[in-house]
Design a protein around this ligand. Structure first.
Ligand SMILES: NC(=O)c1ccc[n+]([C@@H]2O[C@H](COP(=O)([O-])OP(=O)(O)OC[C@H]3O[C@@H](n4cnc5c(N)ncnc54)[C@H](O)[C@@H]3O)[C@@H](O)[C@H]2O)c1
Length: 274
């Protein structure tokens, strides 16, 4: 079953479109005959990506728009919306996908914390605020896909800033979908894309990782079913392992274990055996 939103002539807006999962999504949408607005703050990479997506576009260059956009700047997102509506007249799918990948813990420089939250969290919140009114007003089925991460659910140690930003995206998107389904006449639904380990950017592909196309294929199938959580395995972590890890994390609260007990010296064995 395919999602009627992912259809010829409809319009997808993707942030973080110059690389990785965002770029793979743009190529797939273009191949489906959708018109695609690509947004990224790396203007050079965006130009190259635009050419690659145009190569896949059923309707050629006229169906692809690239707008240099820093999602941390609401004015940039407004410019992106205006350019999209000027050229294509609607937004059927908004994919808030751009992210900064900053490593660091509680003592990391505050500017790094703020920047990560500006891009990964506020970029999503502002993307929704800027696009959603028009998407509701269109009166046609439409989707918002926010890209989260398993790290925002299971909170593995070593990358606290990123985990916090992605946990905020999860909570926000869940609440957003609740609001949307309780809004009279609203045909927009929200979804949380949760990729596994995926080779993106200039990183060398490792056998354990998925490729961006696999994530996009999974997303397409999940949207076709109307799934909210689009949880992707990879070649190392199966869906069953994801299930066990997520349930274990929730069990830290319900079983009164210490937080992150999966990595706690007194509990790690119990998790492995469980
Ligand atoms: N690759 C993985 O293993 C993985 C796993 C879980 C979640 N994710 C999430 O998937 C999404 C896509 O990541 P990816 O792996 O394809 O990364 P990527 O680095 O290949 O692509 C991210 C893109 O976002 C752009 N970007 C960064 N800051 C921006 C800003 N302020 N404004 C606009 N664009 C900006 C970058 O220029 C880049 O083109 C991200 O939200 C990431 O957190 C990735």
């Amino acid at each position: 079953m395919s999602d009627p939103v992912l259809a010829k002539g409809r319009v997808a807006v993707v942030t973080g479109a110059a690389s990785g999962i965002g770029l793979a999504a743009c190529k797939r949408f273009a191949a489906l005959g959708m018109r695609v607005a690509m947004a990224d703050n790396d203007a050079d990479e965006l130009r190259a990506a635009e050419a690659a997506v145009t190569g896949q576009a059923a309707g050629g260059g006229g169906d692809v728009l690239a707008v240099a956009t820093d999602v941390a700047k609401p004015a940039d997102l407004e410019r992106l919306r205006d350019a999209t509506y000027d050229r294509f007249g609607e937004t059927a799918l908004l994919m808030n996908n751009a992210a900064a990948r900053v490593a660091g813990g509680s003592r990391e420089d505050l500017d790094e914390w703020r920047h990560t939250m500006e891009v990964n969290f506020w970029g999503v919140v502002c993307g929704v605020r800027v696009f959603l009114p028009g998407m509701i007003e269109q009166g046609t089925p439409a989707r918002i896909v926010n890209t989260g991460s398993k790290q925002g659910i299971t909170n593995p140690p070593g990358n606290l800033i990123y985990n916090v930003s992605k946990s905020a995206v999860k909570t926000y998107t869940e609440g957003l979908q609740h609001e949307l389904r309780n809004t009279d006449g609203c045909q927009v639904t929200a979804h949380l894309l949760i990729p596994g380990w995926t080779t993106t950017g200039k990183r060398e592909h490792k056998p354990g990782a998925w490729l961006p196309d696999q994530v996009v294929e999974r997303m397409e199938a999940a949207l076709g079913r109307g799934d909210f959580y689009i949880l992707c395995p990879d070649n190392e972590v199966t869906s069953e392992m994801d299930r066990k890890r997520i349930l274990w994390g929730a069990g830290d609260i319900t079983e009164n274990r210490p937080p992150l007990s999966r990595w706690h010296v007194d509990w790690a064995e119990a998790f492995k055996k469980g």
